[in-house]
Design a protein. Structure first.
Length: 415
């Protein structure tokens, strides 16, 4: 029976098959669960990364806002490191150079004009005493102009040597002797610095007085004239000089004790305005005063002549008075000649008329005869001279009127 009986397979399969099927199903479920877990983990990580990024961005934004607020509170000032590391801040050397440059700009530039005639022995010593003073007083901005007025000794060769040693020393040489005024005129024309100093080359003027003259100029004066209060010259030169200075002071109206002192200081405007010719160098203060410049004087040291002798004789005083008349006329009456000639002509005319009137009354009273009175002829001559002087004044006025288009006036400043 057992062999004939048909065994029916179980519907559920054997236990091994069931176990294997269960394992496969469990594995599939596990894989599915793991994949789901991985997906959840990735989503969580991505969300965390987004949150972290957003958090960092928010932190950066907060930091930027705080920094901007801090800058606004500080007024956008750089921090200490930036202020310390600024490249445009000058170092000590540059600050020292700027200070030196400001010191140089605070001191005026100076030109010294020195006329000379046969002073070869004095020139080396003069330059050795002069240049240190100029270096200090002008901070190196100076020039020295020597004008050789036709010297016949070795002065020009000495000047050549001095020029080679110091490029700030210059010289001009005349073909013949033209006079001190011509030498000063050439020096004034070439001077280009703020203050001009004139002095003689005979070592009687002391270069150590230059700082005092410049200080006086800085007080507001335009011309400072030296006064040789203790003059180291012979008596025969001092007495005529005092008389000359007194007359010049009275006529010009300027209260100076020494018009002819060679040591003077000028502003550049003065030398470019005043015209020096003939023997007018003695009256430069008067010429400047009548042009409206401020004039003063300063006592200066005067030394005795060390080498050579004076180049001026007694004739300079006679010529000086004639030049004084020229100065008075050309400055006070050059634009109004009738005031001078008309005044003199009127005096002559009135005097002659009074003389003739007196004689005419005597003749009318039959107390005298006009043929016996030469005073009558003098009165007539006075009237004629007076009329001529008035006529000259009128002619001068017509000339001035026709030349008004070329009139020159000293203008201090323009805006």
């Amino acid at each position: 029976m057992e062999d004939g009986v048909n065994e029916q397979p179980e519907l559920g399969g054997t236990s091994d098959e069931k176990r294997q099927g269960g394992n496969r199903r469990s594995g599939r479920r596990f894989d599915k669960h793991r994949r789901q877990k991985n997906r959840n983990s990735n989503e969580i990580n991505a969300e965390g990364a987004e949150n972290q990024t957003e958090s960092e961005e928010n932190s950066l934004a907060d930091l930027s806002e705080n920094a901007a607020q801090t800058d606004r509170q500080r007024g956008n000032r750089p921090d200490r490191r930036e202020r310390r590391d600024r490249s445009d801040r000058p170092d000590r050397g540059e600050r020292s150079f700027r200070g030196e440059r400001q010191d140089r700009s605070s001191k005026p530039s100076i030109t010294v004009v020195i006329p000379l005639l046969n002073e070869e022995e004095s020139l080396p010593e003069l330059v050795s005493r002069l240049t240190p003073v100029l270096e200090t007083e002008s901070a190196g901005r100076y020039e020295v102009l020597f004008i050789d007025d036709g010297s016949t000794d070795g002065s020009w060769e000495i000047l050549r040597t001095l020029h080679r040693r110091n490029g700030r020393i210059h010289a001009n040489r005349f073909r013949r002797n033209y006079g001190k005024s011509a030498a000063l005129a050439v020096g004034f024309a070439q001077a280009k610095n703020d203050i001009v100093i004139t002095m003689d080359a005979d070592l009687q003027d002391d270069p150590l007085e230059i700082p005092n003259l410049v200080a006086k100029i800085n007080e507001g004066y335009d011309l400072v004239s030296g006064w040789k209060k203790r003059r180291k010259d012979p008596l025969e030169k001092r007495l005529p000089s005092k008389f000359f200075n007194y007359v010049t002071s009275v006529v010009s109206g300027i209260k100076l004790h020494d018009f002819n002192c060679g040591l003077k200081a000028y502003r550049r405007d003065v030398i470019k305005t005043v015209q020096v010719y003939g023997e007018m160098h003695r009256y430069i203060p008067a010429l400047a005063y009548w042009e409206g410049f401020r004039i003063t004087e300063l006592p200066v040291t005067h030394h005795a002549r060390k080498f050579g002798s004076s180049k001026f004789g007694f004739s300079r005083y006679f010529k000086g008075f004639l030049d004084l008349l020229t100065v008075v006329f050309t400055t006070r009456f050059i634009k109004r000649p009738l005031h001078l000639f008309g005044t003199l002509g009127s005096l002559f005319t009135i005097t002659g008329f009074c003389i003739d009137l007196y004689l005419s009354i005597e003749w009318w009273l039959k107390e005298t005869s006009l043929t016996n009175r030469p005073l009558m002829l003098m009165g007539i001559a006075f009237i004629i001279v007076g009329v001529q002087l008035i006529s000259i004044g009128l002619i001068g006025e017509m000339i001035v009127k026709n030349s008004l288009s070329h009139a020159e006036y000293s203008v201090k400043e323009r805006l």
